[in-house]
Design a protein around this ligand. Structure first.
Ligand code: GYE
Length: 324
């Protein structure tokens, strides 16, 4: 697995790498004008702040200026919509397909069709359960590691005293929901943290709020810890916690994942207690991999972004220059 930095410091390097290879390959039709690369991008939807930043990053990387025609589809987080979008990309004869898969399962048939049509598929953000022979590469973040980091904070901070946790899970069947849960559990194993309840909030603020309201009704003041699998659900939960007369960050400690501007703001004011980063700015790297694949260059099967984590002081320091 190749590590890459999607942060600000490396943008220049990635841009250089892109410039370096743009002379040859798919972009360089022999002797004539450069061929425009048509790419179909099957995005999950628009569930979160992370997703908004990811969509922007993809749209700016796959720009006309960079030699692309982007056909963008947002599937409203419905797997069937997303499969239909990929079918339509195949029918339109796009040069390449990029997928941020809503769920890990159900991909074999449509990916086989893309392969038969000789259209390369590049996975962005989320991983899938399919034979690696059905896609060229994956570019994203290490969700298991994010869960491990979030859980390690919880274990260190609350693991020695009896602690009742509730969990707001991401989209059921999505790779970040599956892997973050796995990573978190491994870190809190053997501690005094017990899980009172764990339900999906679909990575959205609205559902984070509703599900947290339910938890508070059911468990009252028993809850000491909330693990929100993304910032948005944690932010939605804040409203429910305040409405129940409790103080977020004190009565109920909150750890979340993403590191969006809004998440870090909640951390800077003490309403969240810890946030693990998940970098959504993957567009430039995805675009360079697409160009390499179409140029017949060897690419790695996986490129993993490097992520950090924030406590209150780190959030305050990071906020002024935060890009998403
Ligand atoms: O954490 C969440 C988004 O797949 C990593 O999807 C992504 C997740 C992200 O909606 O906010």
């Amino acid at each position: 697995m190749k590590k890459f930095l999607a942060g600000i410091a490396v943008v220049g390097v990635l841009a250089l790498a892109l410039t370096g290879c743009s002379g040859g390959g798919a972009g360089g039709a022999a002797g004539g004008a450069k061929k425009i690369i048509t790419v179909g991008f099957a995005q999950t939807g628009s569930e979160s702040g992370w997703r908004a930043a990811n969509t922007l990053s993809m749209k700016s990387a796959f720009s006309t200026k960079n030699g692309f025609k982007l056909i963008f589809n947002a599937a409203d987080n419905k797997p069937e919509n997303q499969i239909a979008a990929v079918h339509s990309f195949i029918n339109q004869g796009v040069d390449a397909i990029v997928i941020a898969a809503v769920v890990t399962t159900g991909w074999d048939d449509v990916l086989k069709e893309a392969k038969a049509a000789k259209i390369p598929v590049i996975l962005e953000d989320r991983t899938i359960d399919a034979s690696p022979s059905l896609y060229a590469s994956w570019i994203g973040d290490d969700f298991t590691k994010e869960g491990v980091t979030a859980g390690a904070w919880a274990a260190k901070t609350l693991g020695a005293t009896a602690t009742n946790m509730v969990v707001l899970e991401g989209t059921t069947g999505s790779s970040p929901a599956i892997d973050r849960a796995k990573g978190f559990s491994s870190s809190i194993a053997g501690t005094k943290i017990t899980t009172l309840d764990s339900q999906t909030g679909n990575f959205t603020r609205a559902d984070g709020k509703t599900v947290m309201e339910g938890f508070l009704q059911k468990y009252g003041k028993k809850i000491n810890l909330l693990f929100a699998q993304n910032d948005d659900m944690g932010l939605g939960a804040l409203d429910a916690i305040k409405a129940a007369g409790e103080t977020p960050g004190t009565d109920i400690q909150i750890v979340s994942i993403d590191g969006t501007h809004d998440g870090l703001t909640a951390l800077s004011t003490g309403e969240f207690n810890y946030v693990v980063e998940c970098n959504p700015l993957l567009g430039d790297k995805v675009a360079s991999v697409v160009k390499d694949v179409l140029a017949g260059k060897a690419v790695d099967k996986a490129y993993t972004a490097v992520d950090g984590a924030f406590d209150k002081a780190a959030a305050i320091a990071a906020l002024p220059t935060r890009k998403y």
